[in-house]
Design a protein around this ligand. Sequence first.
Ligand SMILES: Cc1ncc(COP(=O)(O)O)c(C=O)c1O
Length: 403
Amino acid sequence: MFKKYDFETVTDRTGLDAIKWEVIPIPNATVKEGFSHIPMWVADMDFPTAPCVIAALQARIAASSSFGYYSLPSTGYHAAIRKWQMERNNVDIGNDDYISYENSVLGGVANIVNAYTEPGEPVLLQSPTYIGFTGTVNATGRKIVLTDLVQDAEGTYRMDYEDMEAKIVDNNIKVAIFCSPHNPTGRVWDKEEIQKYVEICVKHNVKIASDEIWSDFIVGDKKHITTQSVSELAKQSVAAFYAPSKTFNLAGLVGAYSIIYNDEMRADVRKRAAATHYNQPNVLSAAALVGAYNNGAEYVEELLKVIKTNLDYAYKCLSSYEGVSVQKPAGTYVMFPDFTEFCAKRNKTMDEVLQKCVSVGVICQDGRPFHGACHARFNVACPTASVVEAFARIEKYVINEQW
Ligand SMILES: Cc1ncc(COP(=O)(O)O)c(C=O)c1O
């Protein structure tokens, strides 16, 4: 049967400089001979991007062979973002000027941090934490203050508002980084949860960098609620960051954007971005965004079916392993299982578990840099056959084998 999108072909990207395929992120780990590589770590997808993105890139190359100094397309770029935000998130941005190009989401987050804190001052992060936030805050010379997400009786990660407020007050926090949907736990926050988070921040004059790069990856019944949409206060105190890079697998093309309604905040962030001299739009990535956002909705719909299948499968496997505890993500394409009991029962360290996974070709990620003490992170954005093979190997060699 003819398929418009290919989410099934397993493509070995070795030799194409794809870090997912070239790097093994676990120290002292190697893949044993006879096992193919199934990379399940850094968050990009082993799927081709949408045909509409390729068409947009080809059209731009065909239109002009000049790639000189360049600004955002005068028509198209902002309109495509506004259309996408309206269709997916029911958000009417209202004015093109609220949108700013950002070279990367993390670059934008760094701009907020730099604009509103001094070196040595603290920034509030939730734990578990996306590894990139840790790197970015450290690189700016600021101090990380963590507020833990706490698992309830069902294992669902919840914000601890009391702890969060106490940390804000005790540390005189001025900037908080919020991740929605949350990497690595896969939580899709409810409106009330976001409201409460924003209320506490606003009460204490804390600026919020809301990273919503995963907003297109909602796999359950929920909807993505944009942080800025939960109240007028939120609209004025939140800088939101998005990108087509996760959704359409364009990280290598580089490019993201912010939406900031508050004039002063937007000016502050733009000033920081300009000062880096690194925030110029890339002609091809802008073309890719326009192609993706104007014509990519169907691709995303089909993609999400595959992601859901893979997450469901990974969840079924992981939750059946004795001593492994895992939550089914409502968003993202990553799983964050906890091996604490497994390690204790089997007298293994997490290093040994990770090395064992890699030895049979399943290249997952250490959860510790995400503040998961005995966790691994699995990226399931690859053909379902690879996910099935990966967990067959894990079950056989890591879970059942005596080693
Ligand atoms: C939550 C989150 N933010 C940001 C990024 C990276 O975005 P960028 O490459 O635009 O900085 C990632 C990539 O995995 C991510 O998971």
